[in-house]
Design a protein. Structure first.
Length: 88
C-alpha cells in the first residue's frame, strides 16, 4: 500500500531498482581475462592458488586489501531517503 503521491508498489519498485543497480555495479567490477603472474602494483609474485581461485586477478593480497580500504561506497541515488529527512 502506497501513501501520499506514490502509486501502489512504488516502494517495491525502488527496492528492486536499488538491488539491480548493485548487481550491475558488482558485475562491472569483475575482472576478466588471464590472471597476472606478478602483481601490477608491487611486482610481487601472485601465488598460483590465488590465480586459480580468482580468474583474472591482477593484484597480490596485500595490494588488493589496500585498494579495498581506499574505496568508498557511494550509491549515487538515495531512492528511499531516511525517515529523519521525511519527518522534517
Amino acid at each position: 500500500m502506497a501513501g501520499g503521491w506514490s502509486r501502489d508498489g512504488a516502494v517495491q519498485d525502488q527496492i528492486d531498482a536499488s538491488v539491480e543497480d548493485g548487481v550491475q555495479r558488482a558485475r562491472s567490477q569483475l575482472v576478466k581475462g588471464e590472471s597476472a603472474v606478478r602483481c601490477d602494483e608491487c611486482d610481487c609474485v601472485i601465488p598460483e592458488a590465488r590465480r586459480k581461485a580468482i580468474p583474472g586477478v591482477r593484484l597480490c593480497i596485500a595490494c588488493q586489501s589496500a585498494l579495498e580500504k581506499q574505496e568508498t561506497y557511494a550509491s549515487g541515488i538515495n531512492r528511499r531517503a531516511s525517515k529523519d529527512s521525511q519527518l522534517r
